[in-house]
Design a protein around this ligand. Structure first.
Ligand SMILES: Nc1nc2c(c(=O)[nH]1)N[C@H]1C(S)=C(S)[C@@H](COP(=O)(O)OP(=O)(O)OC[C@H]3O[C@@H](n4cnc5c(=O)[nH]c(N)nc54)[C@H](O)[C@@H]3O)O[C@H]1N2
Ligand SMILES: Nc1nc2c(c(=O)[nH]1)N[C@H]1C(S)=C(S)[C@@H](COP(=O)(O)OP(=O)(O)OC[C@H]3O[C@@H](n4cnc5c(=O)[nH]c(N)nc54)[C@H](O)[C@@H]3O)O[C@H]1N2
Ligand SMILES: [Mo]
Length: 768
């Protein structure tokens, strides 16, 4: 099998049907059947997903309601489930048949499509194959290897899926071993949120809960593709729209889910011939990177309306009481806004002043506003400032810590937020190290560990010697693929705990293990019986989850068991962590979490309550854990989020890398992006028709892309096809992770180090 990214007749046509609707049901059914699953299995999956007595969906982190719909799942949740519980297996025979070098030619889709990993494997250099290894031998050798390395040269990565219980153990393992090298997928994702929000409002996470969506009277969506990436949130938007709530969306691409939606759970909508509900009252095709400018325009208009109200002696438009009691830095922010030039705002955002004034006036009338956002804000050079500017806008009218209002970062992986809550962090000040010391009698390291960008640097310069991955596909998800991949193969030790085969597993170091684990949907039975695990959703609610599916192989171990065994082999007797007792009964890990984190008190009693329990966030009750003890208005350094990137919109264009409707991060389910009308390919670059005309390009013309950077490194991807699309002039879009070779490692948010995957300066080169 060879790389075959392009089918014979790929097509790109505008998609005019609503999201949800029949297209969604058809897509789910096809994917489920392809994984060899029966109708009964599918029914069981529907009955259990996101229910209090069932399992938490393995796809996105969106909130799970206390009173779920009968079918509390969505197109992509169902696909992710089918992908995990597939009947296909990448078993011993598969690895005996295939050399690793050959597998490196396969696509991401082909690799994962082989099915679930079944057997622990060790890489054999002589054979260039993975061969079965006994679990105990694997653990012993990993422990011996780690004992011989400087702890500072070892990385413990976590992708955001593993449960709170496993994450707690993973963080302890790293610290007992001797480092805080705990990068998380969050470093590539909402780190701009985790760094930005604490400075603004003293909370690292969003302040809204599900019932706020019932009480809001306006919503913003900045750079978040709800229909694909958190489809269950479409229900909240849909219901708000039926109540007449304005939803104002800023997105360079026409994302179908935020335009039209038919609720697959509403027979009336499904049977009606109309186009579904109009999801955004206004949809602005903002220029990528134009968000601070657009927000400044609206905020400027709020000031203008407030001036007029003051002059007329009528009720103020600014929430002056809130600003006086809770705000800090408003005067500087106001001065900055007044000085901002409308011509710059229009040019940088690509949105007309009249439009920004119109929605600004709408905002000024609304009493309870939610600011939703995703990667379109966080993955820029000024990602953190983007987030803080949205907070500024909300604070002007007291929209934080009030029912129906708040800041709403839409998180990615199903427990990515929770991992950060329980100590998966490279920043020592964010973990309760003193408690770890007291409870487990070891000396936790106090130096800062490596984040994702720093771990990549260490891999490139050879200072990182070992990489242990609790899930994920690190080498594929990070920037600079072409440099990272060969450097990875120089590692002394690579340990990958995974459910499915991916490209990172095919980059062996000297000593390499592939350790297959149970998925969350599977029964996890330990000495005390069937085990629950838990996770935190995007709205800071913590839920229990229990699997029901028979494990994909009798050889699989649970993630907590694997982590415990690595710990016992690596750091025996260096702490009093009761690894075995914890594995026997996960409720003891939850007791340990309850002791460690105040928010988790009575954890075992509360975590199975329908809807989960909410972590206590001071910002929600207007207590501000910031240095000023106030909610801070923070002045951006400029209107442009990528000021130092030379995108002239002529030869150098701004590439934004996005997800298709047929993928979960580096997991590629298929080659159709139904909601963007793309069929049969991922090797496509979407372009504005005027740019195409200017460059004399026609649909289906073949091109290469090259990064525009003067650092002496040639970054290039080859043989893409261009296609006309509704995208602003000067911008192009294509799919992650294939385009990651173009993303320089240094091109990241200046404060949070989130790779700036939405603003890569590129040149287009026509192929002969
Ligand atoms: N089915 C599915 N679900 C997923 C995932 C998946 O891959 N598949 N991934 C999960 C993860 S880990 C995450 S982090 C989330 C990601 O979910 P999103 O935050 O939706 O991330 P992206 O798909 O990268 O899309 C970002 C959106 O921002 C827009 N955008 C790009 N640049 C700009 C800009 O400068 N300004 C504005 N306003 N918009 C811009 C893009 O057009 C796109 O619609 O989804 C999670 N859920
Ligand atoms: N250019 C560009 N790059 C990006 C992004 C972008 O928008 N553009 N987005 C970034 C973002 S937001 C993120 S979050 C990262 C994602 O980075 P990662 O989280 O590292 O990547 P995933 O693709 O989610 O990982 C998929 C793999 O996880 C393993 N897996 C799945 N389920 C389980 C499980 O239950 N347990 C274990 N142990 N393993 C499991 C499977 O083997 C699967 O192959 O990528 C980032 N990279
Ligand atoms: Mo993410």
């Amino acid at each position: 099998m060879k790389r075959s990214e392009i089918t014979d007749h790929p097509t790109v046509k505008p998609y005019t049907s609503p999201s949800g609707g029949w297209g969604s049901l058809k897509s789910v059914t096809e994917k489920t059947l392809a994984e060899g699953l029966s109708v009964e299995t599918m029914q069981k999956m529907v009955a259990k997903q996101n229910k209090a007595d069932g399992y938490m969906c393995v796809s996105c982190a969106w909130a799970k309601p206390a009173e779920p719909h009968l079918a509390e799942f969505c197109e992509n949740g169902a696909k992710a489930t089918a992908w995990e519980i597939t009947r296909k297996r990448a078993d011993r025979d598969f690895f005996a048949r295939n050399k690793v070098a050959d597998l490196r030619d396969w696509t991401d889709h082909e690799l994962e499509k082989q099915g679930r990993l079944t057997t622990p494997m060790r890489y054999d250099k002589g054979l260039d194959q993975y061969v079965p290894v006994k679990w105990e031998d694997a653990f012993r050798e990993i422990g011996m290897e780690l004992a011989g390395l400087d702890p500072k040269s070892v990385v413990f990565y976590a992708s955001g899926r593993a449960a709170l219980e496993t994450s707690h153990m993973w963080g302890l393992l790293a610290r007992i071993y001797g480092n805080n090298n705990l990068p998380d997928s969050s470093n590539m994702c909402h780190e701009s949120t985790s760094v930005g929000l604490p400075k603004s409002i003293g909370s690292p996470v969003g302040t809204v809960q599900l019932d706020d969506f019932d009480a809001c009277d306006m919503m913003f969506f900045f750079g978040q593709n709800t229909g694909t990436n958190s489809p269950r949130l479409l229900h909240q938007i849909h219901d708000a729209r039926l109540r007449g709530v304005p939803v104002v969306t800023f997105n360079p691409l026409p994302e179908r889910g935020l335009m039209r939606f038919k609720d697959p759970q509403s027979p009336r909508e499904m049977l009606s011939p109309d186009e579904g509900v109009k999801m955004s009252s206004d949809y602005f095709a903002i220029r990528p990177g134009g968000d601070i400018a657009a927000m400044a325009g609206m905020a400027k208009h709020v000031l203008h309306l407030d001036d007029a109200a003051k002059a007329a002696g009528s009720a103020r438009v600014l929430d002056v009481d809130f600003i006086a009691e809770h705000g800090h830095g408003f005067a500087e922010f106001e001065a900055w806004l007044r000085a901002a030039d409308w011509a710059d705002i229009e040019r940088i955002s690509g949105i007309a002043r009249a439009d920004l004034e119109r929605v600004g006036a709408q905002y000024a009338r609304a009493e309870a506003v939610i600011g939703n956002y995703g990667m379109g804000l966080t993955q820029h050079r000024h990602g953190t400032q983007n987030v803080q500017m949205l907070v500024n806008l909300l604070l002007m009218r007291g929209n934080i810590g009030r029912r129906g209002a708040g800041i709403s970062p839409i998180r990615g992986h199903s427990n990515v937020q929770g991992q950060r809550t329980v100590g998966i962090t490279e920043k020592p000040e964010l973990a309760p190290l003193d408690k770890f010391k007291e409870f487990y009698r070891f000396e936790p390291p106090r130096e800062k560990g490596m984040n994702t960008v720093e771990a990549c640097r260490g891999i490139l310069d050879g200072t990182v010697k070992a990489f242990l991955a609790l899930g994920g596909n690190f080498s594929r998800a990070v920037p600079e693929t072409a440099l990272i991949e060969p450097a990875w193969m120089k590692l002394r030790l690579s340990v990958q705990i995974a459910t499915k085969l991916n490209r990172n597993h095919l980059l062996p170091g000297d000593v390499t293990f592939l350790l297959p684990c149970l998925g969350r949907i599977e029964e996890d039975t330990q000495r005390s019986g069937p085990q629950h695990v838990s996770m935190e959703d995007s709205t800071a609610c913590i839920h229990g989850s229990i699997g029901w599916r028979k494990p994909a192989s009798p050889e699989l171990l649970s993630e907590p068991k694997i982590v415990a065994e690595i710990a016992k082999a690596t750091v025996p007797d260096r702490s009093t962590v009761p690894w075995d007792e914890w594995v026997d009964d996960y409720s003891r890990i939850r007791d340990a979490l309850a002791r460690t984190y105040e928010d988790f008190h009575d954890f075992n009693e509360r975590f199975l309550v329908p809807g989960g329990f909410h972590r206590d966030l001071p910002a929600c009750r207007r207590e501000w854990n910031t240095e000023t003890k106030k909610a801070n208005f923070l002045v951006p350094t400029g209107l442009d989020v990528n000021p130092d990137i030379e995108v002239d919109g002529k030869t150098i264009l701004n590439l934004l890398t996005v997800r298709s409707n047929d993928q979960f991060n580096t997991t590629v389910y298929g080659y159709d992006d139904r909601l963007r009308g793309i069929k049969g390919t991922r090797m496509v670059i979407l372009m504005n028709k005027d740019d195409m005309a200017r460059m004399h390009l026609a649909n289906d013309d073949r091109i290469d892309l090259r990064t525009h950077a003067d650092d002496g490194i040639e970054r290039r991807v080859e043989d893409y096809r261009v296609h006309e699309f509704a995208i602003p002039k000067g911008a192009v879009a294509g799919y992650y992770p294939e385009l990651n070779p173009l993303l320089p490692l240094w091109h990241h948010d200046e404060k949070a180090h989130t790779p700036a995957a939405k603003s890569i300066p590129v040149e287009i080169i026509r192929r002969a």
